[in-house]
Design a binder for this molecule. Sequence first.
Ligand code: AGP
Length: 622
Amino acid sequence: MCGIVGYAGPQAKAPSSRPVDVALQGLARLEYRGYDSAGVAVIDDGSVRVTKRAGKLANLRAALEGDTETTGRVAIAHTRWATHGGPTDTNAHPHLGGREGEIAVVHNGIIENFAHLRAELEADGYLFASETDSEAAAHLVAREMETAGDLTEAMRRAAASLEGAFTLLAVHRDAPDTVVAARRNSPLVVGLGEGENFLGSDVAAFVDSTKEALEIGQDQVVTVTADDVRIIDFEGHEVTDAKRYTIEWDAAAAQKGGYPSFMAKEIHEQASAVADTLLGRLEDGALQLDEMDIDPSVLRSVDKIVVVACGTAANAGAVAKYAIEHWCRIPTEVELAHEFRYRDPVVTEKTLVVAISQSGETMDTLMAVRHAREQGAKVIAICNTRGSTIPRESDAALYLHVGPEIAVASTKAYLGQIAACYLLGLFLAQVRGNLYPDEIAALMGDLEQIPEQIQQVLDSSAQVEKLAQDMKDATSVLFLGRHVGYPTAMEGALKLKEIAYIHAEGFAAGELKHGPIALVEEGQPVFVIVPSPNGRHSLHSKVVSNIQEVRARGARTLVIAEEGDDAVLPYADEVIRVPATRTLFAALLTVIPLQIFSCELATAKGLDVDQPRNLAKSVTVE
Ligand code: AGP
């Protein structure tokens, strides 16, 4: 989950075009991937120059301030999320390798056979400075270089003998115009510029400079100079069919746009985000999902759906279960991706696996996808990031089109995931004949109203912001919901934990009396997500009873309810209103006050909302 940048260009003429500056600019865009240390290496005047610092990128910038001398033609850089060894200067990347520090390497992933390699390399006389697995890769490439005499071949041999997940980038003092990279189970893309080329963990690394990109496949080595990009596989065969594509995201989309944090900006983009997810899906009264290249006969034969995902994406999956089972009558399980393959799940050729991942790089979800496909299941990815690994390894992909999500805490992607799941459910119902065309059109009509309703919720955010400021010293907050309100409660609690560091729990409201109600004491804040009273009266009245139960035990009840639902008034200390919609679609509205609450509360506490402690945006290790 670290961020990696590589650059190869002409000999720098202006200070801003120095490889070191280009690399720092790329790191700034990737800092969300990991931010406990950062470093950069350049080949300058026949030697490898490395600067690295623990802490955020600002520390590295400070260390490089005043250095206007370093030029060169290539740079590699890294922003780290620690796995092996704490976040120190020494453990930061790049790592020097070789007997004289003639090579520098950056690494994302985990090298599983590093202990064995390290022992072997130490016996060979290579000296280790850090506690990382990555330093073994640096020495290994250097050792292969001694016999191969060519950096590409050295990288190929080294990569082929590594086990685990890795993206590696290397520069060598004897190849001052070349960056060589290799990947296995870890992301890497090439940015194709004019007289300069880039490497990145994702396109954000270079989208300022070029929108042309090249996908690097599994087990491939890429050699990049200012004018050339060559790819081989780990067996040494040339790769000529790498996929070139144009990046749709605008560089400005990755800026804060006047908001105090990326998270605040992304929350406020949700009306247009959901509109973009839904855009252009209905043609001549029929739902068209262009990316869905799985034969309809296969979709008709599906007898079980398993949704695999992690964190927020799993909460979106939990909402999907209610929709898909209701519309399609297909039994649907939702499983945390990291649990999926270890329990020997029952997956057959008639199972449809839906993998939800904003980044498309979450290793736990990727491994679940691979396991499902090995069992013969078809996999549909619901993803936001084009060119990422999960959609590439799936049978079909449904993209969110919500634009880049930079804040570690997922918000607009969550809404996009839920909207995409609704589209998938309705599409399956259409293909399998579970719903009539007019029923699908009516549901789509209501769904298309949602962006406007999201905007109404956003426009009335002042009440929740004030509540969050008043509650900034809270130490525990509970969240209750039923039906799609249950995953909403889970998501509300997750948001508060991850960015405000407050103990928070989300419960199915019916579970309350089976244990959690013991937590309720005088003044305990409890958010309750109330379903619409229209059409699901018994569901609504059960939740109203739950509000009464916690209030009777002293809870401070913070109730999210539909406009006009007055039944909650006698039992609510605070009522937060959302517009009326179908019970299923309310998941796209009721979570928004909870997102705003967490964002505002964390801001009021003076915390780093976009880069919470211990977390990274993209979890590319298992
Ligand atoms: C969301 O706020 C979290 N940061 C996290 O739970 C995230 O949703 C999870 O790691 C899955 O990420 P993905 O969607 O990129 O696969």
